[in-house]
Design a protein around this ligand. Structure first.
Ligand code: 4NP
Length: 168
């Protein structure tokens, strides 16, 4: 079966979406699903293209055992074909992604990160870039909750797909 491909998207691809990528990759690895699920991240602006994740974000993530090793890149049109799920961190990200989507089918792949939250304390992941340490911790708290919910949803979806009788 083809891998299930998830793309996390924020504004700069140096704080929230690289963290989502790292949190999700760890959950996927811990569940032994690395061969089933592929995870990547991108940004809506190219301003930080080629850069490592923000040093503050990397430091906060490292304290929880996450290594942020992605390099910032902008979202590409081809991503809408390639990925099964494209997840924006906040309402603006989701709106911009839907506007960018080449057609209706691909725009339906766009969802908000906190749709997958289990405790529903927030409905978006706030941008930590201009704030202090607590903002980076909040990002990680929200992502740990929402990525766990996302993995459960993917597992359910994959089970349903696996059970479907072949049409050929
Ligand atoms: P991110 O945070 O979208 O979570 O990566 C930001 C990074 C950079 C900027 C804004 C937000 N910026 O304006 O450069």
């Amino acid at each position: 079966m083809e891998k299930y491909k998830v793309l996390f998207v924020c504004l700069g691809n140096i704080c929230r979406s690289p963290s989502a990528e790292a949190v999700m990759k760890k959950l996927v690895a811990d569940a032994g699903l690395e061969r089933e699920v592929e995870v990547d991240s991108a940004g809506l602006i190219a301003y930080h293209e080629g850069e490592q994740a923000d040093a503050r974000m990397r430091a906060h993530a490292a304290r929880r055992g996450y290594r942020l090793d992605s390099i910032s890149r902008p979202v590409r049109y081809a991503d809408f074909e390639r990925f099964d799920l494209i997840i924006g961190m906040d309402v603006r990200n989701v709106e911009q992604l839907r506007q960018m989507a080449p057609d209706v089918a691909t725009s339906e792949k766009v969802h908000a990160m906190m749709e997958y939250s289990r405790n529903k304390l927030y409905d978006y992941v706030p941008d930590p870039y201009y704030g202090g340490a607590s903002g980076f911790e909040l990002v990680l708290d929200l992502l740990e909750d929402a990525c766990a919910g996302l993995l459960e949803r993917i597992k359910q979806e994959r089970l349903v797909l696996a059970d479907k009788p072949s049409l050929t």
